[in-house]
Design a binder for this molecule. Structure first.
Ligand SMILES: Cc1cc2nc3c(=O)[nH]c(=O)nc-3n(C[C@H](O)[C@H](O)[C@H](O)COP(=O)(O)OP(=O)(O)OC[C@H]3O[C@@H](n4cnc5c(N)ncnc54)[C@H](O)[C@@H]3O)c2cc1C
Length: 442
């Protein structure tokens, strides 16, 4: 069987290794970090994530969805926190059973690696950092504590995240390789709301909490131990920003002003703010994602997106499903399989990248407004009266496997029809009103 060298045993790496292992390929998976089962693997990334239909489907395909979701917490909607302390809950869908799930990154990563290791033909090597890939010979060069080593396969797959070393080698060696990275002016910092007495949750457990404050926001996702992981998305620079908020007094004042209901729940706020890193948020687009039948990119390595639609991991998992299908379709022609995978995924990756940026504005600004809540109610009403015909964009992205690009296009058409019809209705009502008024005035 073919031998695959995978670089990166993050979320997509573990899953892809399991898919390839099941297909009886020889798989060597190299990860620069230590074995997550030996300690901290999170390394500054989000502690928990939202997994939804696409991600769950990918886990189901390999039979580990139930195991992975055992400790996940369903979130049925957004809980909006106003500055006044008022709360508004907006369900994600007209069907209350539809929810996204808060899942721990470390536990999910371990589940995926263990799923891959159930196949004796999958070998995982931790503490191996890829420094370079020779595309022609499908050879990865790796650094270890004991010196440099090489790993050659029939193909090298870069599942090594947004700052992929495999992609860098492609950038260097493929003529006209297209690459675009764009950073948001906002960074993020993770903070904690610890559990209440006896591991209870101090806020509504089954919701994604949002403190929308127009140009910035904080969110919180629940964890199984009763805690919440909060993430503050805030400008790096500016008169009120990460750059200017440096002392404990500055931090306390900012939180007291903006998130007064959260402050009493965050006893370690000042330590968390000081000690936790400030992460950056990047969108990466590149093309092509493969080189002949030798090298291929999957997940964030191919298309990092900002986290505001909660789809980066879900999209990375969907990549694994599609790549597996393409390899199955062309068992004798890996080059064709890689090319078809790119063809199928690229426009969808671009679509979710755009949608994710758009959703940042929706989350931090619009969710606070009455108009947003009214729009969601209208969406849900239309979905209920036109089942299967009208699907809100959020529903298509989160609760279906409709390709992202199709969802984006369909939402645009739906909006044009619905708002066109509402506009026409409004004009008709005004015209009838004026007519009646004239009749009565005669
Ligand atoms: C704040 C935040 C919140 C998020 N929330 C969500 C969410 O709610 N839902 C969602 O779906 N997505 C979310 N995401 C996105 C999600 O984290 C990523 O899309 C997902 O982790 C991508 O998986 P991956 O396997 O491609 O990359 P990663 O998970 O980054 O894994 C890459 C792996 O490669 C390893 N590696 C890197 N370089 C090398 C090298 N040179 N040699 C060897 N190994 C290497 C890394 O150590 C890592 O283990 C969020 C992201 C952020 C930053």
């Amino acid at each position: 069987m073919e031998k695959f060298v995978l670089i990166g045993s993050g979320l997509a790496g573990g899953l892809l290794a399991a898919y390839l292992g099941r297909r009886e390929h020889e798989v060597d998976l190299y990860e620069r970090r230590a074995d997550p089962r030996e300690g901290n693997i999170v390394g500054g990334r989000s502690i928990n994530l939202a997994i939804s239909t696409r991600g769950i489907h990918a886990l189901e395909q390999i039979g580990i969805a139930a195991e992975a979701l055992e400790h996940a917490i369903p979130m049925r909607g957004r809980m909006i926190h106003e500055k006044s302390g008022a709360l508004h809950f907006t369900p994600y869908d007209v069907d209350p059973k539809k929810c996204i799930n808060s899942i721990g990154r470390a536990a999910l990563n371990t589940t995926l690696i263990e799923a891959a290791q159930r196949y004796p033909n999958v070998h995982v090597h931790f503490n191996h950092k890829c420094t370079d890939v020779d595309l022609e010979s499908a050879t990865a060069h790796l650094e270890t504590a004991n010196g440099a080593v090489t790993a050659q396969g029939d193909a090298v797959i870069g599942v090594d995240g947004a700052f992929s070393a495999v992609r860098k080698s492609m950038q260097r060696d493929i003529a006209n390789f297209q690459y675009d990275e764009s950073y948001l002016a906002h960074g993020y910092k993770e903070l904690t709301i610890p559990p209440g007495p006896n591991g209870t949750w101090k806020m509504e457990k089954n919701a994604l909490h949002i403190w929308p404050r127009k140009s910035f926001m904080m969110i919180a996702l629940p964890n199984p131990d009763g805690s919440f992981t909060c993430t503050l998305f805030w400008e790096f620079e500016g008169s009120r920003s990460f750059a200017t908020t440096t002392t404990d007094d500055d931090v306390r004042r900012f939180f007291d002003e903006e998130f007064p209901d959260a402050v009493p729940l965050m006893p370690t706020l000042l330590d968390d703010f000081r000690d936790n890193p400030t992460g950056s948020l990047v969108t990466i687009r590149c093309a092509p994602w493969s080189y002949l039948d030798k090298v291929c990119l999957v997940g964030d390595a191919a298309h990092a997106v900002v986290p505001f639609y909660g789809q980066g991991m879900n999209a990375a998992f969907e990549d694994c499903v599609v790549l597996n299908e393409c390899l199955q379709r062309y068992p004798e022609n890996r080059e064709r399989a890689f090319a078809d995978y790119f063809e199928c995924r690229k426009e969808n990756a671009d679509a979710i990248a755009d949608l994710a940026i758009g959703n940042f504005i929706e989350m931090r600004d619009k969710t606070a407004s009455r108009a947003f809540r009214a729009k969601k109610k209208l969406d849900h009403a239309l979905e209920a009266v036109l089942p299967g015909i009208y699907l809100p964009l959020y529903t298509m992205v989160t609760f279906t496997r409709i390709p992202y690009a199709v969802a984006k296009h369909r939402a645009r058409i739906q909006n044009a029809i619905v708002y066109g019809a509402l506009g026409a209705l409004a004009i008709a009502v005004v015209a009838v009103g004026i007519g009646l008024w004239r009749m009565l005035a005669r």
